[in-house]
Design a protein around this ligand. Structure first.
Ligand SMILES: O=C(O)CCC(=O)C(=O)O
Ligand SMILES: [Fe+2]
Length: 318
């Protein structure tokens, strides 16, 4: 089986548009090299996440919550979310614990815009007590990844084609972003009994920008097989979520993936889930719909509606 390809942002733009097109058709995943986000900032972000998860459980539950399932903010402990919400492969909740921050001002004030230099400004979020480094580090990190996502969206729309700038704007003008720090605290996965770090799922939004520590675990579904996507030094792992499949009528994959932890060593990962503008109606673009290939997705559903549907579904499994 071929491996997930690498895209190098320092290489020629035209070549990268073609590479992204090929990667999304075949895998829905790629590694991104020379992404422009300071690697020390990536490391520092893991350090503050580790400090957060080291807080006592009662502090995490009280000061970092309660988790808000409209705004997607706060702390969620192990076993609570099941990313494999409708599947039969998962029998216990995800063994990861996680902390989320979002630019939810876009939800509460539809006229708001996001400042790329201060993405969470004006939004409600929780801050871990006695960890003064967490907020500024999260702020620097989300700002860098937010700007990277703006570039990725431009490459995406170049690859999609027939997308002049006024056609891009409704989707990409006001990205909604979720910063999710995760720790897989040493519980080994067991696929036989349906226990996973993160159950099989496709991400819900547009691009996900994933940083992991050096511990492997991520796998993507390729036919009947699971292809490991081990960490590559200096690279992000990028994948296209459901919204990119919806826009392209499944020409671009939103690959099912899961996390299988095989060691008792903790594993840290941080995902930035990006979404198209919350009021965008995300459905197959005309260039992807023909008589032989009718639309696989409904028209008229906004990003916000879809996001809330998927988020709540992932917390509804007994
Ligand atoms: O931790 C990882 O490597 C991936 C987690 C994931 O797929 C998710 O949270 O959507
Ligand atoms: Fe995921």
């Amino acid at each position: 089986m071929e491996n997930v390809p690498v895209i190098d942002l320092l290489e020629d733009r035209g070549a990268n548009v073609a590479r992204l097109d090929a990667a999304l058709r075949q895998f829905g995943f790629f590694y991104l090299k020379n992404h422009g986000v300071d690697l020390e900032l990536v490391e520092k972000q893991f350090k503050v996440a580790s400090g957060l998860f080291d807080l006592p459980r009662d502090v995490k539950d009280s000061a970092l919550g309660p988790f808000d399932s409209d705004l997607d903010i706060g702390y969620v402990g192990t076993g609570v979310q099941s990313l494999d919400a409708d599947g039969t492969m998962q029998n216990t909740g995800d063994t990861k614990e996680q902390f989320m921050m979002t630019n939810n001002q876009l939800m509460t004030d539809p006229s708001a815009t996001t400042n790329p230099d201060d993405v969470f400004d004006g939004s409600k979020n929780f801050a871990p007590p006695d960890l003064p480094e967490h907020a500024p580090t999260a702020k620097a990190y989300i700002s860098a990844v937010y700007k990277l996502n703006l570039k990725l969206n431009e490459i995406l729309f170049d690859a999609i084609g027939d997308m002049e700038s006024e056609k891009r704007t409704p989707f990409s003008a006001k990205p909604f972003v979720v910063l999710k720090q995760m720790k897989y605290a040493g519980e080994k996965s067991d696929p036989v009994i349906g226990k996973f770090g993160a159950g099989a799922h496709a991400d819900w939004g547009a691009f996900t920008v994933l940083a992991t520590d050096q511990t492997p675990g991520l796998q993507i579904q390729m036919g009947n097989d699971w292809l490991p996507v081990p960490p590559k030094p200096g690279c992000f792992i990028i994948n296209s979520g459901n919204q990119i499949s919806q826009l392209t009528n499944d020409v671009y994959r939103s690959a099912v993936h899961r996390v299988v932890t095989t060691s008792s060593k903790p594993r840290f990962s941080t995902a930035v889930f990006t979404y198209f503008s919350l009021d965008a109606e995300v459905a197959p673009l005309p260039q992807f719909v023909t008589k032989d290939r009718p639309a696989n997705y409904p028209y008229g559903r906004t990003t916000l509606q879809y996001f809330h549907f998927k988020l709540k579904e992932s917390f509804s499994k007994e």
